[in-house]
Design a protein around this ligand. Sequence first.
Ligand code: AMP
Length: 437
Amino acid sequence: MSTFEDFKLNRQLLNAISDLAYQSPTPIQEKTIPLALAGHDIMGIAQTGTGKTAAYLLPILMKVKYAQGNNPRALIVAPTRELAMQIDTVLGELGKYTDLRHLAVYGGLGPKTQIETVQKGIDILVATPGRLMDIYLAGHLVLKEIRTLVLDEADKMMDMGFMPQIRKILEIIPSKRQNMLFSATMPDKVIKLSEEFLEFPTVVEVAPSATTAETIAQKLYRIPNLRTKIAMLELLLQDAQKFNRVMIFTRTKQIADNVFKYLERKFASNTIRVIHANKGQNTRINAMEAFKSEQIRVLVATDVVARGIDVNKVSQVINFDVPIVYEDYVHRIGRTGRAYEVGEAITFVTMAEDYHIQKIEEIIKMKIPEVDLPRELEIYDTPFEERQLMLREIDNQRKKEDPSFQGAFHEKKKRPEKNKKITKKKPQNQGFKKNKK
Ligand code: AMP
């Protein structure tokens, strides 16, 4: 096994690494750092939790070396403000014994302070694509001295529709530069992007399947409906000692809010927060900080905001819904078992979600072990509308697999139904029609 000394990093960096108590490089660091130091273009396939941030930041810190001039020489582009902030924090930690000036620019706040800091001179810039272009187009930022470009979480950037901004960024920065692209997954669109801008890249990979399987205990519960999912969540969270630092993922903002409201009524409300894209920047930062500093026990989140958040020692990740962007499963459970911690990932699956679980299992190349529902769990009947929705979803899934499939679920045309909400006061079973069995 190699050590950080083997990479011939300078003393300032080695001291910072030692302060962070990193004992030895993680596999992605072991592979990436020597290649990046040698100037290669790199395509890194690694999820959050593997140590990928330091894998590309350490070579950048070596290369940029010390403060010089006014304009940034390295640019790291990331999909979300949370990730941009987190990368900037790691830059601060790793670069603490250097005089390098670094900054993260991202949307959601006024640009004034960011522009002022840019104008004072910076060496390494971290940015979300939209805000980067805004500041550049307003004439506050000179990008002609960029020598290293990193696109972090490229798959997420594609999913979020940042391709046009990324193309513009590639146009305005010098063509002679080193490029690194990191992505948790390699869908076709990311491969296409890498072909466009990487020159003879070396591919470095840490298999998500292996990482997932080795460090995270995964569990799957088959749960018939939303109401029972809520009951299951409540049951699990009663064990506050075991479930002491929990992230709950939901598919939509609405479900996130509903789950949050329910839990807030059941448990001490100051121990639970929710974050999603409709929450203001400050609310999101505060919630994350509170979760990191262990003031709150449970954080409910949607994927978009949760991606890239650096929170260590999450005791459990609970997938309240199965993600339909399958790679998000890997991202979600990457919150637990980060680097060398051991964690647990629990997924609730309805019959309509079974299809998605099978797809996820193909991606992670393993079967997620199924566990029986606890005896004390109250199992509610599935309301008629929810059942219809699920059956329709299953039909659509089958049609997707087999376009000639006519649909087993015949139903008279009705007004489109809305997803059933979690209502505030629902005496058990009332309002739920019994299933015809
Ligand atoms: P990342 O995948 O970059 O988000 O890193 C995940 C976590 O691993 C962060 O909390 C890092 O501080 C931590 N980490 C990164 N490199 C190492 C290392 N070599 N040894 C131990 N922890 C590390």
